[in-house]
Design a protein around this ligand. Structure first.
Ligand code: FES
Ligand code: FES
Length: 224
């Protein structure tokens, strides 16, 4: 049998030749995948840049994200500062505040809207931050417990009243209690005790300091 015949057919190529062709073709395949991935990434980047360039400056964007998606980069107004964050579509405000903006005064208790530990103000109204998706807050004003004290460090009257009435025991629920009280007094500066009780009803306290907190709200309302 001739050498030609020996080298013909599918089983005749030397292992080295098969291996070389396989490596070459794999290399080409991988190059192709990387190139197409790079093209897709660059396209997404350019689209994002296009969206950014038309940003109105208030955190909004003139170009709508693709259907079924949300734009991840957004500007939040938190405690009077514009903070740019990259948020996931399912990310709650409590997660953003605590783990991306390091505002850990907002506590996470139940993480399902039942305990009030995560209460913050959004446009001066009390919300459970664990039950609000961050991407819905474009252009809204968020205030957390860290934003209450004055620039010189003096406490907000509600914070001072809570101390005076010995509200905080372990303190875990205190930021949420304070924020609910601040929201109440913004809306109703002179609440009755019953109105205050109802406004604070969403804030649970495992230490049972409810009367202390209620006394504190009434003290703050009196301006005492
Ligand atoms: S942690 Fe948000 S209500 Fe409990
Ligand atoms: S002070 Fe401890 S949970 Fe309220």
């Amino acid at each position: 049998m001739s050498d030609d015949m020996n080298n013909s057919g599918p089983y005749s190529a030397s292992p080295t030749a098969v291996s070389t062709r396989s490596r070459t073709s794999r290399r080409n395949f991988i190059k192709g995948v990387i190139a197409s991935g790079a093209t897709v990434s660059a396209g997404g980047y350019l689209m994002t840049m296009a969206g950014c360039s038309s940003d109105s400056g208030d955190g909004g964007s003139a170009s709508a994200p693709a259907p079924g998606t949300v734009e991840r980069m957004l500007v939040l107004n938190v405690n009077g500062e514009r903070r740019t964050v990259d948020v996931l579509p399912q990310e709650t405000l409590a997660m953003t505040l605590r783990y991306k903006l390091s505002l850990t005064g907002t506590k996470l208790g139940c993480d399902r809207g039942e305990c009030g530990a995560c209460t913050v103000l959004i446009d001066d109204v009390a919300y459970n931050a664990c039950s609000v998706l961050t991407h819905t807050l474009r252009g809204r004003n968020v205030m957390t417990i860290e934003g209450l004290a004055a620039a010189d460090g003096s406490l907000h009257p509600v914070q001072q009243a809570f101390i005076d009435e010995l509200g905080p025991q372990c303190g875990f629920c205190t930021p949420g209690q304070v924020m609910s009280a601040v929201a109440l007094l913004k809306e109703n500066p002179r609440p009755s005790r019953q109105q205050a009780r109802e406004a604070m009803a969403g804030n649970l306290c495992r230490c049972g300091a409810y009367d202390n907190y209620l006394n504190a709200v009434m003290r703050a309302a009196r301006g005492a």
